[in-house]
Design a protein around this ligand. Sequence first.
Ligand SMILES: Nc1nc2c(c(=O)[nH]1)N[C@H]1C(S)=C(S)[C@@H](COP(=O)(O)O)O[C@H]1N2
Ligand SMILES: [Mo]
Length: 202
Amino acid sequence: MSFVSRGFTGRRRDDANDPSRVPPGQYVTDDFPVLSAGPTPHTPLEEWTLAIRGAIDKPVSWTWADFQALPSETVTVDIHCVTKWSKLDTVWTGVAVDTLLEGVETSAGYVLAFGDGGYTTNLPLEDVTGGRAWIAFGYDGESLDPEHGGPARLLVPHLYFWKSAKWVRGLELRDDDQPGFWENYGYHNYGDPWQEQRYSGD
Ligand SMILES: Nc1nc2c(c(=O)[nH]1)N[C@H]1C(S)=C(S)[C@@H](COP(=O)(O)O)O[C@H]1N2
Ligand SMILES: [Mo]
Protein backbone atom coordinates (compact mmCIF):
# COMPACT_ATOMS: atom_id res chain seq x y z
CA MET A 1 0.00 0.00 0.00
CA SER A 2 1.36 3.36 -0.95
CA PHE A 3 0.59 6.72 0.62
CA VAL A 4 1.26 8.43 -2.66
CA SER A 5 -1.85 8.39 -4.81
CA ARG A 6 -1.50 8.34 -8.54
CA GLY A 7 -2.32 12.01 -8.98
CA PHE A 8 0.59 13.01 -6.78
CA THR A 9 3.31 10.97 -8.39
CA GLY A 10 3.93 13.93 -10.65
CA ARG A 11 4.19 11.91 -13.80
CA ARG A 12 1.03 13.17 -15.42
CA ARG A 13 1.78 16.77 -14.56
CA ASP A 14 5.25 16.56 -16.04
CA ASP A 15 3.93 14.89 -19.15
CA ALA A 16 1.35 17.61 -19.62
CA ASN A 17 4.21 20.04 -20.08
CA ASP A 18 6.36 17.67 -22.08
CA PRO A 19 6.11 18.81 -25.68
CA SER A 20 7.36 15.46 -26.89
CA ARG A 21 4.07 13.93 -25.74
CA VAL A 22 1.60 16.69 -26.56
CA PRO A 23 1.07 17.61 -30.23
CA PRO A 24 0.99 21.30 -31.22
CA GLY A 25 -2.15 23.19 -30.21
CA GLN A 26 -3.35 20.46 -27.82
CA TYR A 27 -3.93 20.62 -24.07
CA VAL A 28 -3.89 17.67 -21.70
CA THR A 29 -7.03 16.71 -19.83
CA ASP A 30 -7.77 14.02 -17.28
CA ASP A 31 -11.44 14.00 -18.32
CA PHE A 32 -12.73 11.73 -21.01
CA PRO A 33 -15.09 13.91 -23.07
CA VAL A 34 -17.76 12.24 -25.19
CA LEU A 35 -17.97 13.44 -28.79
CA SER A 36 -20.67 11.81 -30.88
CA ALA A 37 -22.27 13.17 -34.04
CA GLY A 38 -25.54 11.37 -33.26
CA PRO A 39 -27.27 9.21 -30.68
CA THR A 40 -25.49 6.29 -29.05
CA PRO A 41 -26.52 3.04 -30.73
CA HIS A 42 -27.19 0.00 -28.57
CA THR A 43 -26.75 -3.06 -30.74
CA PRO A 44 -27.37 -6.27 -28.76
CA LEU A 45 -24.26 -8.46 -28.66
CA GLU A 46 -26.24 -11.36 -30.16
CA GLU A 47 -26.73 -9.25 -33.28
CA TRP A 48 -23.27 -7.76 -33.38
CA THR A 49 -20.80 -8.82 -36.04
CA LEU A 50 -17.51 -7.41 -37.21
CA ALA A 51 -16.82 -7.65 -40.94
CA ILE A 52 -13.91 -7.23 -43.31
CA ARG A 53 -15.37 -6.59 -46.73
CA GLY A 54 -14.62 -4.83 -50.00
CA ALA A 55 -11.46 -5.65 -51.97
CA ILE A 56 -11.11 -9.13 -50.56
CA ASP A 57 -11.82 -12.46 -52.25
CA LYS A 58 -13.87 -13.83 -49.39
CA PRO A 59 -15.36 -11.36 -46.92
CA VAL A 60 -14.87 -12.44 -43.31
CA SER A 61 -16.94 -11.74 -40.25
CA TRP A 62 -16.90 -12.54 -36.57
CA THR A 63 -19.73 -12.83 -34.12
CA TRP A 64 -19.16 -11.26 -30.71
CA ALA A 65 -18.17 -14.68 -29.34
CA ASP A 66 -15.76 -15.32 -32.25
CA PHE A 67 -14.29 -11.88 -31.81
CA GLN A 68 -13.84 -12.31 -28.07
CA ALA A 69 -12.01 -15.57 -28.71
CA LEU A 70 -9.33 -13.81 -30.79
CA PRO A 71 -6.05 -12.93 -29.13
CA SER A 72 -6.29 -9.47 -27.60
CA GLU A 73 -3.79 -6.98 -26.25
CA THR A 74 -3.86 -4.27 -23.61
CA VAL A 75 -2.13 -1.10 -24.75
CA THR A 76 -1.40 2.24 -23.11
CA VAL A 77 -1.59 5.10 -25.59
CA ASP A 78 -2.12 8.85 -25.83
CA ILE A 79 -5.19 10.10 -27.71
CA HIS A 80 -5.64 13.47 -29.40
CA CYS A 81 -8.98 15.00 -30.36
CA VAL A 82 -9.15 17.64 -33.06
CA THR A 83 -11.14 19.83 -30.61
CA LYS A 84 -7.74 20.14 -28.87
CA TRP A 85 -7.90 17.86 -25.87
CA SER A 86 -5.34 15.14 -25.47
CA LYS A 87 -5.50 12.37 -22.91
CA LEU A 88 -2.30 10.62 -21.93
CA ASP A 89 -1.77 7.02 -20.90
CA THR A 90 -5.21 5.71 -21.77
CA VAL A 91 -5.45 1.94 -21.33
CA TRP A 92 -7.39 -0.08 -23.88
CA THR A 93 -7.96 -3.76 -24.53
CA GLY A 94 -8.63 -4.88 -28.06
CA VAL A 95 -7.81 -7.06 -31.00
CA ALA A 96 -5.07 -5.75 -33.26
CA VAL A 97 -6.30 -5.08 -36.79
CA ASP A 98 -3.26 -7.13 -37.86
CA THR A 99 -4.89 -10.13 -36.19
CA LEU A 100 -8.10 -9.62 -38.16
CA LEU A 101 -6.18 -9.29 -41.41
CA GLU A 102 -4.08 -12.42 -40.92
CA GLY A 103 -4.44 -14.53 -44.04
CA VAL A 104 -6.31 -11.78 -45.89
CA GLU A 105 -4.92 -10.97 -49.30
CA THR A 106 -5.92 -7.65 -50.73
CA SER A 107 -4.89 -5.14 -53.35
CA ALA A 108 -6.44 -2.39 -51.25
CA GLY A 109 -4.44 0.63 -50.16
CA TYR A 110 -7.19 2.12 -48.00
CA VAL A 111 -9.86 1.21 -45.52
CA LEU A 112 -13.18 2.81 -44.79
CA ALA A 113 -14.20 1.99 -41.25
CA PHE A 114 -17.97 1.82 -40.79
CA GLY A 115 -20.18 1.36 -37.81
CA ASP A 116 -23.62 1.53 -36.26
CA GLY A 117 -25.22 4.92 -36.75
CA GLY A 118 -23.70 5.33 -40.20
CA TYR A 119 -20.41 6.96 -39.18
CA THR A 120 -17.47 6.29 -41.49
CA THR A 121 -13.83 7.31 -41.56
CA ASN A 122 -11.09 6.58 -44.08
CA LEU A 123 -7.49 5.59 -43.47
CA PRO A 124 -4.57 4.21 -45.42
CA LEU A 125 -4.37 0.46 -44.85
CA GLU A 126 -0.82 0.89 -43.59
CA ASP A 127 -2.09 3.09 -40.75
CA VAL A 128 -4.26 0.33 -39.35
CA THR A 129 -1.57 -2.36 -39.68
CA GLY A 130 1.88 -2.79 -38.17
CA GLY A 131 0.59 -2.76 -34.60
CA ARG A 132 -0.91 0.71 -34.91
CA ALA A 133 -4.66 0.05 -34.67
CA TRP A 134 -7.04 -2.08 -32.65
CA ILE A 135 -10.69 -2.94 -32.41
CA ALA A 136 -10.98 -2.02 -28.75
CA PHE A 137 -13.65 -3.48 -26.47
CA GLY A 138 -12.15 -2.60 -23.10
CA TYR A 139 -11.16 0.64 -21.44
CA ASP A 140 -9.29 0.90 -18.14
CA GLY A 141 -9.93 -2.76 -17.36
CA GLU A 142 -13.70 -2.55 -17.89
CA SER A 143 -15.88 -3.14 -20.89
CA LEU A 144 -16.03 -0.11 -23.14
CA ASP A 145 -18.90 2.26 -22.29
CA PRO A 146 -21.50 2.71 -25.04
CA GLU A 147 -20.86 6.48 -25.01
CA HIS A 148 -17.22 5.82 -25.84
CA GLY A 149 -18.04 3.38 -28.62
CA GLY A 150 -18.89 0.13 -26.86
CA PRO A 151 -19.24 -2.68 -27.49
CA ALA A 152 -16.24 -2.01 -29.72
CA ARG A 153 -14.53 0.85 -31.48
CA LEU A 154 -11.62 1.36 -33.77
CA LEU A 155 -8.57 2.74 -31.95
CA VAL A 156 -5.94 4.49 -34.06
CA PRO A 157 -4.12 6.62 -31.51
CA HIS A 158 -1.48 8.08 -33.82
CA LEU A 159 -4.14 10.00 -35.79
CA TYR A 160 -6.72 12.52 -34.53
CA PHE A 161 -9.37 10.69 -32.56
CA TRP A 162 -12.15 11.15 -35.11
CA LYS A 163 -10.39 8.35 -37.05
CA SER A 164 -11.19 6.02 -34.13
CA ALA A 165 -14.71 5.10 -35.20
CA LYS A 166 -17.00 4.27 -32.32
CA TRP A 167 -19.48 1.36 -32.56
CA VAL A 168 -17.36 -0.02 -35.36
CA ARG A 169 -18.84 -2.92 -37.31
CA GLY A 170 -16.17 -3.42 -39.88
CA LEU A 171 -13.51 -2.33 -42.27
CA GLU A 172 -14.11 -1.97 -45.98
CA LEU A 173 -10.92 -2.60 -47.93
CA ARG A 174 -10.74 -0.20 -50.87
CA ASP A 175 -8.46 0.53 -53.79
CA ASP A 176 -9.55 4.17 -53.76
CA ASP A 177 -9.53 6.55 -50.81
CA GLN A 178 -13.16 7.37 -50.05
CA PRO A 179 -13.59 10.27 -47.60
CA GLY A 180 -15.60 9.41 -44.49
CA PHE A 181 -18.06 11.43 -42.41
CA TRP A 182 -15.86 14.22 -41.01
CA GLU A 183 -13.49 14.13 -43.97
CA ASN A 184 -16.50 15.09 -46.13
CA TYR A 185 -17.21 18.00 -43.79
CA GLY A 186 -13.82 19.60 -44.34
CA TYR A 187 -11.66 17.77 -41.85
CA HIS A 188 -8.24 16.69 -43.02
CA ASN A 189 -8.13 13.52 -45.04
CA TYR A 190 -5.27 12.03 -43.00
CA GLY A 191 -5.33 13.80 -39.63
CA ASP A 192 -1.81 13.59 -38.20
CA PRO A 193 -1.89 15.49 -34.88
CA TRP A 194 1.88 16.05 -34.96
CA GLN A 195 1.50 17.89 -38.27
CA GLU A 196 -1.66 19.63 -37.00
CA GLN A 197 -3.65 18.29 -39.91
CA ARG A 198 -7.01 19.41 -38.57
CA TYR A 199 -8.82 20.68 -41.66
CA SER A 200 -8.41 20.01 -45.35
CA GLY A 201 -5.63 22.26 -46.56
CA ASP A 202 -3.69 22.16 -43.26
N1 LIG B 1 -19.35 6.38 -34.72
C1 LIG B 1 -18.74 7.50 -34.34
N2 LIG B 1 -17.44 7.45 -34.06
C2 LIG B 1 -16.80 8.56 -33.67
C3 LIG B 1 -17.46 9.80 -33.59
C4 LIG B 1 -18.83 9.82 -33.90
O1 LIG B 1 -19.49 10.88 -33.86
N3 LIG B 1 -19.44 8.65 -34.26
N4 LIG B 1 -16.77 10.92 -33.21
C5 LIG B 1 -15.31 10.89 -33.40
C6 LIG B 1 -14.66 11.99 -32.74
S1 LIG B 1 -14.74 13.51 -33.49
C7 LIG B 1 -13.93 11.81 -31.62
S2 LIG B 1 -12.99 13.04 -30.93
C8 LIG B 1 -13.96 10.53 -30.90
C9 LIG B 1 -14.52 10.78 -29.52
O2 LIG B 1 -14.50 9.59 -28.78
P1 LIG B 1 -15.05 9.64 -27.30
O3 LIG B 1 -16.48 10.11 -27.38
O4 LIG B 1 -14.88 8.27 -26.78
O5 LIG B 1 -14.19 10.65 -26.58
O6 LIG B 1 -14.75 9.55 -31.54
C10 LIG B 1 -14.73 9.58 -32.93
N5 LIG B 1 -15.48 8.46 -33.39
MO1 LIG C 1 -13.08 14.77 -32.36
